[in-house]
Structures are given as C-alpha cells and as structure tokens.
Design a protein around this ligand. Structure first.
Ligand code: PGA
Length: 240
C-alpha cells in the first residue's frame, strides 16, 4: 500500500480529488464506489467545484454506493443515500441510470444484497473504490469478526459503529447494515482510503502495523496491489 501523509484535511481532500479526476480523465465510464461519512466529504465538495468548471468530465461516470444503514427510511437525514444525493449525485448530475445503491429499508434485505451483487457483476468490477476506516477498523460495514464475508451482505452493526455521527441525525436508528463485501472491495482496480483526524490514531496504529486480521477488516487492504492511503499528520501517532 502506498501511504501519503498530508498536513491538513484540506490538503488530503485536494490530493484525493486530483486522483479521482485523473482516473476519470483516463476512463470516462469509470465505476466509482463511494463511501460516505466525514473522511471523503471535503473531496466530494471539491469534485462539485470541478463539475462547475468542467461538467463534461462527469457525463459518463458511474457510481455505486459502498454501504447503507438498514431499517431506516431512505429519505431520513443521516442515511448514506441522503449524504450521496446531497454531496455527489445531485452536484455531479448523476442520473439513476448511472447509479447503483442499496435501498435502506428493503422488504427483504437479503434479496436487496443479491440485487446489488448482480448489478455489480454486470457493471463491475469497480474501477476506483473510495473508502474510510471505522473507529473499530471496519471497512464499509464489514465489521471486525472471526470471519469476513466476500460479497454483499446484511451486517450486524457493532455498538461503536452505531455511535457514528451519521446516526445522531436519525429519528429511526438502524437495525442492521447493507454492505459490499470484502471481495467486492478488493476486486476494485484501485483503492483510495482516506483517513483524517486524531480520533483515528489508535486504529491507525493497528492498521499500519501490517498485521492482516479479520479483527481489523481494513488491514486486508495490505493485500491489494493498487491501494493508496491518504492520511493526515494528526491521524498518525506523535512521538512527542
Ligand atoms: P468517517 O467514517 O469517515 O466519518 O470517519 C468512516 C467509517 O466509520 O467507516
């Protein structure tokens, strides 16, 4: 994994935006898998500005949502859907035909995962996967466990995950997660993981130890041949 340290969150977001733009320039039909949460928010904002200057760049871009809170209405604040609609899909004018995403409140969550998996089989593999790391080392909703799951699945959410800032906005709290699996992520041609802030120091320490373990699902990124980690200085441990 290639690791690049940035001085600030603004720098990290700019570096990430430049990478994404570079990849779209190489492949206008890029399939971009998008995480939500605080880590990629700055980058998405910069991509919206890029759209204002050059809308044509995004005319064929395809997007797939990485994961979703389950059992909550799709239009409720705090869902990954609302986040992506506001931060990316509307600013970049991505129509439904170029977007794939889990419904947050499907009648049959297992069938919903199968629907997304089938779509990924047709549209995939993912060209570029944007990720963040959970406070507990999760990757999407692949939570620390004795074993990990390769494909889209319904996930049991850990207590720590349920405390994520996104859930604080929700009236109905999530009962489960819907997520792409580890193989879906690791089959991406390129991975960009964004890590910012001193709150992540403890998990970053484990992640950077290069011990690949299902207790830190993000550690599996060390097995990927084209994974890039952009990290702010303050997320790294200081020796002082
Ligand atoms: P964050 O979330 O980007 O808001 O820190 C990452 C995650 O929990 O997966």
């Amino acid at each position: 994994m290639n690791i690049e340290i940035s001085d600030s969150y603004a720098d990290l977001s700019l570096m990430a935006k430049n990478r994404v733009v570079q990849e779209i320039e190489k492949n206008r039909r890029l399939l971009l898998c998008t995480a939500t949460g605080g880590s990629p928010a700055g980058m998405y904002q910069l991509l919206s500005s890029t759209y204002q200057e050059n809308p044509g760049l995004f005319a064929r871009l395809r997007i797939i949502k990485l994961d979703e809170w389950g059992g909550v209405p799709m239009d409720q604040p705090g869902t990954c859907e609302q986040y992506l609609q506001q931060n990316l899909l509307q600013p970049l004018r991505i129509p439904e035909s170029r977007y794939t995403g889990f419904h947050s409140n499907p009648e049959n969550p297992g069938l919903e995962c199968a629907r997304i998996q089938a779509k990924l089989t047709t549209e995939g593999p993912i060209d570029l996967c944007i990720l963040g790391i959970g406070m507990n080392g999760h990757l999407a909703f692949n939570e620390p466990a004795d074993f990990l799951q390769p494909f889209s699945h319904v996930a049991e959410l850990s207590a720590m995950t349920l405390q994520h800032a996104m859930t604080s906005e929700m009236r109905v709290k999530p009962g489960f997660g819907l997520t792409l699996g580890m193989a879906d992520i690791l089959h991406a041609k390129m991975i960009l993981i964004l890590i910012a802030g001193k709150d992540k120091r403890a998990i970053v320490h484990q992640f950077l130890s290069k011990k690949v373990s299902s207790s830190v699902p993000a550690s599996f990124l060390w097995l990927h041949p084209n994974a890039h980690c952009l990290i702010t200085k303050d997320a790294l441990e200081t020796t002082a």
